[in-house]
Each structure stands twice: as C-alpha cells, then as structure tokens.
Design a protein around this ligand. Sequence first.
Ligand code: LLP
Length: 416
Amino acid sequence: MDYFNYQGDSLFAEDVAVSELAKTYGTPCYVYSRKTLERHYHAFADAAAGHPHLICYAVKANSNLAVLNVLARLGAGFDIVSQGELARVLKAGGDASKVVFSGVAKTEQEIAFALEVGIKCFNVESTSELKRLSAVASRLGKTAPISVRVNPDIDAKTHPYISTGLKENKFGIDIKQAFEVYQLAYALPGLEVVGIDFHIGSQLTEIEPFLAALDKVLALIKQLASAGIVLHHLDIGGGLGVPYNTEKPPHPSAYAAQIRAALADFPNLELIFEPGRAIAANAGILLTKVEFIKQSADKRFAIVDAGMNDMLRPSLYGAWQAIIEAEKMPERETHEYDVVGPVCETGDFIGKNRELAIAEGDLLVQRSAGAYGFSMSSNYNSRPRAAEVMVDGTQHYLVRQREVLEQLWQGEQLLP
Ligand code: LLP
C-alpha cells in the first residue's frame, strides 16, 4: 500500500495534489512519499521484532540523501555496492557500523575506505576478493569482518537480467565450495568470519525460492558450526517483489515473518534483510507532461517529457509500470497510446498500449517509480536529470534540484 491516491479526480501524494507539485517543480519530476517509505520499512522491522535483526536498505534502489536519511532515522542499516554509495550513506547520517558491502569487484581503495569508517561486514564474492581483503586489512592494521556470499543455485523465476542465484550467474561462491572458502577465510590474517549471505535475484513474487535457498544455507551453517566456525549473522539479501501489475508477491510482513519462523532453531543468529525495491518502488512516482499527441497510420503516441534516460526499466527489461492521469477527465474519450519519450531511440518508451484520456499539456504519472528510477537515470541525449521531491503530509521538499545545463559538461575541457 502507498500514499498516492485520488481525491475526487485529482491524484494526491499524501496530502498534496501532484498537479501542484508539477507547477512548483516542473516536469519530469520524481516524487517520493515519506510515509510510504516508513510504512514499508516498518513492515520488515515489525515482522522481525523479537529476533535479532537488521534491515539493510539496498542503496542502489534509490540513493537520494533524503531517502537514505528518512530510513537512517528509523534505525536502518544499508547494503552498499560502491564507495560512492557508502559516502552517500555517511552524508545522509547513516551509521557505518550498520553497513554491509556487496559487489563482485571491490577495489583496494574501496576496501580501505570501508575499513577506515568501520562497516559491519564485507559480503565476499570470490577467493581473490578474500585475499585482497586480507592483504589490505593487514596493511592497515585492521580486521575486516567478512561474510561469504554463497550462490545456492536456486532459480528465482524472475527476469534473467535480475536473477543472481543460479550457478551460471557471476555472483557469489558456489555453495558446494563454500566450506573450503570459510576455512581459507579462517586461516587468513586480518579477517574475522562473522556471517553468511545470499541474494538470489530481484522482483521475486514467490517465497519458495527464498525458503529453498535458506534451507541449503542453514545446513551449511550447521556444518560450519560443527567444524568450529560459528557465524553471528545470516544475510538473506533483498529481492522481494512488488505488485507492478498483476503480480501478487507476499506482503513484506508475511515474507519477513516466514523467514523468521524458519530460523526458530537459531535464536541468536542475527537476521539481515537487504530490501531495496520492496521499500522504495511504490514510495515514488514519476511526473511527466504530455508534450504532443501524434497519430500515425495505426498507432497513437503520447510523447512525454520523460525519456529512457529518466526511467530506463521499460526499455531495458520490458518492465511494466502503471501510467495514470494526474487529473481524471471523466467526460474525455479514452484511446490506446504508446507513451514515448524525447530520446532518439526506438526503445525510448515508458509504457505501451495504455488506455488514457489525455490531451496535449496534460500531466501523467508513472507509478512504482521510487526504486531503480532516478538511480538508473543518465544524461543520455544531453538531458539534465529530473528534479526529486519528497512529500511529508502537507509539506513538500525539493530533495534534488533539476540539473542545469552547466552540469552537463562539468569536468570537461576544450583542447588547448
Ligand atoms: N542485495 C543485493 C546483493 C543486490 O544485488 C540487490 C539488487 C539487492 C540487495 C536489492 O534487491 P531488491 O530488494 O531491490 O530486489 N535494476 C533492476 C534491479 C536490479 C537489482 C540488483 N540487485 C530493476 O530495475 O528491476
């Protein structure tokens, strides 16, 4: 559930009409709802209450400082994949000791920075990384807390680009080799073995793959314990899907409760979640204006001012996200439109075959845009990136200004 609802014929973000926001901030513009972010965070935290746990929001989903700050204030930890994301977390008031560091290619510089600020854990993806971590930590006189990201070879049944837990994917260490890797980690200097983690994919709409992976990993945890390697935490990654269209993923609280129940025999094993989409997706919308309506022989196009550089998901994954009118016009006729952007690419669309009652100049809203929306945006076609706004009840705040032209060539230079 989110807080983007119609009041009469006007769509509201919490207590503010989105048409007001478009007037104030222009379009295209991302709008986030603080209440929705908080609600989604609590769904996880409340269901896990009573069992030691940490919700490490996946920064890549939406890394705006205000979004991170709202979650940090609730006590969230963070899952990061780069030094840049770690720097954002710190800038937003996040606590380094609640940060887990995922990713297959951590550089020496990134490792050193994370060790200096004292993160909770490095989620290790290869033996080469383990050796690099050991070397950097030893050189700096530090100890790197580590978890081995195991690849449980479970089919997440999601889009191939966002499936990560199959043995043909680049992520993690084959669960069959994990025992040996833990022994290596135990023997190397500068490392402290603290946990185990997995992440099998994103936009999962069923709980079974999570439970199947969990089964395999719990068996490994027991095997490790009997060899004297006792783990402090289990990080089950992110990946819980959201209802974009007709999908019916489990509610975060039902999901978290079921995972927690599976850990009944491990009351002291801290449970870490890394949700990104489930927290942010439906906490955001993308506002865009219809510039032109164009009719060709057999298609109607709504040409809007948001393009694939603003919202890449439909172009990249064929993702479907609802597109609705900011102001409903019940007397107006509906037609089927392809909603396309200004970018010079045939793949530049944000939705196809949508029934809409619109005219030029109208405002459209793409829903579920809070995750992997702005964070995947670019300046392609030299388009300044959109503004971002956070609504909090009746208040609204500009949390990232629309880029200005000078920013497009910042750092570039002419030849002498
Ligand atoms: N943890 C790790 C290690 C991850 O790789 C990811 C996402 C997450 C957590 C968060 O997953 P979530 O809860 O958001 O599903 N750009 C794609 C999604 C890529 C996800 C990559 N990894 C999309 O727009 O659908």
